[in-house]
Write a protein that binds this ligand. Structure first.
Ligand code: IPE
Ligand code: IPE
Ligand code: MG
Length: 246
């Protein structure tokens, strides 16, 4: 039986987050430059977005560019920004047709103006779509996001809008850029690295983690379905005991 056939559609994770890693190493393996890998990686984004929407996943959140990635050589940063503009321009119509809502989290003001404009237009066009929400984490890092939330909360306290006693986990979550979605049940990272690299630190407190050796450009539907099957075999206890032990 294929992995897809093994998926219990009644128990799908509502939110899957992915760290799309390994474009550069994949390209090197082909004797090509890193930028070639990023281009190939866009094809995987398209495939996995379609696969997620078709299954009925409600939220897919992709780590596309981290705060730390600004520290890469400007040739690569510029190529990635160009690719982003080009991809949004090319794919938005189809996203809209597929009833997918595009969102972005991160320090978007850091993006080149052309990128930001393209992104905002695409988000505006797709904002009422409700089949699946595709969120791109761009110029994103979890520590930046949490720091921003702390600032917003402090602002409300100092202006007298909020009492310190009212600060709780729910309030913190509401001040994160992910406030519109549930926490991811499943986090996937490609390329064999087993680390979080400053992604969704607050939100993945109880996520199931799936690491695969496949580089992002070679990640495909089958591996995506496999991750979901393995997720469904896990027992999530949230610090409590399993049902038979109670
Ligand atoms: C992931 O691939 C894409 C981005 C971080 C933009 P990498 O560019 O990190 O590729 P590797 O990990 O160096 O192979
Ligand atoms: C994480 O990948 C960021 C993205 C996938 C956008 P990196 O390649 O930047 O992470 P490290 O450097 O291996 O931790
Ligand atoms: Mg990498």
């Amino acid at each position: 039986m294929s992995y897809k056939e093994q998926i219990d559609l009644q128990r799908l994770p509502a939110h899957i987050a992915i760290i799309m890693d390994g474009n550069g190493r994949w390209a090197k393996k082909q004797g090509k430059n890193r930028i070639f890998g990023h281009h190939k990686g866009v094809e995987t984004v398209r495939k996995i977005t379609d696969a997620g929407a078709q299954l009925g996943v409600k939220y897919l959140t992709l780590y596309a560019f981290s705060t730390e990635n600004w520290g890469r050589p400007s040739f690569e940063v510029n190529a990635l920004m160009e690719l982003l503009v080009h991809t949004i321009r090319k794919e938005t119509k189809q996203l809209n047709k597929n009833n997918i809502c595009l969102k972005a989290i991160g320090n978007l003001e850091m993006l080149p103006p052309k990128c930001l404009r393209e992104l905002k237009d695409a988000m505006e066009l797709t904002k009422n779509n409700n089949r699946m929400t595709l969120t791109l984490a761009l110029s994103y890092s979890a520590r930046w996001e949490i720091t921003e939330a702390v600032k917003q909360i402090c602002q409300k306290v100092s202006s007298g809008q909020l009492n310190i006693a009212e600060v709780n986990e729910q309030l913190v979550a509401q001040n994160l850029s992910t406030a519109y979605m549930p926490d991811p049940e499943l986090l996937i990272r490609t390329s064999g690295e087993q680390r979080i690299s400053n992604y969704l630190l607050w939100q993945i407190a109880y996520s199931e983690l799936f690491f695969t050796e496949k580089f992002w450009p070679e990640f495909d539907e089958e591996e995506f379905y496999k991750a979901i099957c393995i997720f469904q075999q896990r027992e999530r206890r949230f610090g409590k005991l399993n049902t038979t032990e109670q």
